[in-house]
Write a protein that binds this ligand. Structure first.
Ligand code: MEV
Length: 301
């Protein structure tokens, strides 16, 4: 009995998506696999972290587990031992917590013989995400359940894109820990301080996302990259970038990436670089590693 939750990379539109602006995201092949089997009590063990949380734990993973177990359509569930294998860095912008949530929801479903479409899995994993992020847009849990390359608008079904040319990403990890909750709260403070400027930024990001969708559908990788660069500049204006993110983006562009930006909450975590050939992918990975950071190529979608 096993369930899969995918990681995700946001190509454009993070943070603005919390305020109703569309975002474009790609599901990753890496993610979380969870299995559930009957046991003496309900517990979630996560490898490689070596953690174990029961539904009575007051830590985030325990509270999130309680949220999806109690709200299960077949509740009350029998006690289940859940083992999750996490292939994503935590707190790094790749949707790790949502991927665990989706994998756990699917593992629970399989263990009790409940068949659910992806949209229902995503919806139930939102209760999980709320424990971690307070005010999530729903993007991470939706992408973790569906995968693909898609436009997401808060509260509406996902629109998968007809991708003309595969989008290849190099993901660089600054290894700077970052809290999505804190970053989302910081952006909310920008909104309180200067609502007009904030609204102008949202409209600018919306335009970038709209154009990026057209460029993806037309297979114009260069244009997608330029739009990502512009999105990065707007995210920096909300103080979401860091010197390491800027260094990794600059090195990636210099090595031939079509564009580069932070991905997810920012304030640390991962950045993405869009590449269009094996040579450029290798050059970008080498450039990031030369700065002392980890990088890998991800199959987007
Ligand atoms: C986090 O992966 C993406 C944010 O836009 C938050 C959210 O959408 O809930 C920063």
């Amino acid at each position: 009995m096993s369930g899969l939750g995918r990681g995700k990379a946001i190509l454009l539109g993070e943070h603005a998506v919390v305020y109703g602006v569309p975002a474009i995201a790609a599901g990753l092949r890496r993610g979380v696999v969870a299995t559930a089997r009957p046991g003496p009590q309900t517990v979630l063990r996560c490898a490689p972290w070596g953690t174990a949380h029961g539904t009575d734990s007051d830590e985030d993973l325990g509270r999130a587990l309680r949220a999806v177990v109690d709200a299960h359509p077949r509740a009350p569930l029998p006690p289940l031992e859940i083992d999750a294998t996490v292939e994503l860095p935590a707190g790094a912008g790749l949707g790790c917590s949502a991927a665990i949530g989706v994998a756990v929801v699917r593992a629970l479903d399989e263990a009790v013989g409940h068949e659910a479409p992806d949209a229902e899995v995503a919806e139930r994993a939102l209760a999980w995400e709320r424990v971690f992020h307070g005010n999530p847009s729903g993007l991470d849990n939706t992408m973790a359940a569906h995968g693909g390359i898609a436009v997401y608008v808060k509260g509406t079904p996902l629109t998968h894109l007809d991708v003309r040319k595969p989008l290849r990403l190099v993901i660089g990890n600054t290894a700077e820990p970052s809290s999505t909750k804190e970053m989302v709260a910081m952006v909310a403070r920008h909104r309180e301080r200067d609502p007009d400027q904030f609204e102008a930024n949202l409209r600018a990001i919306e335009t970038l996302v709209r154009n990026a969708r057209l460029a993806i559908e037309a297979g114009d990788v260069r244009a997608v990259g330029q739009l990502m660069d512009l999105n990065q500049a707007l995210l920096s204006a909300w103080m979401l970038s860091t010197p390491s993110i800027e260094d990794l983006c600059a090195a990636s562009r210099e090595a031939g990436a079509a564009g580069a930006k932070l991905t997810g909450a920012g304030g640390g975590g991962c950045m993405i670089a869009l590449v269009d050939s094996d040579e450029v992918a290798a050059a970008v990975i080498a450039a990031i590693e030369a700065l002392g950071f980890e990088a890998f190529e991800a199959e987007a979608g």
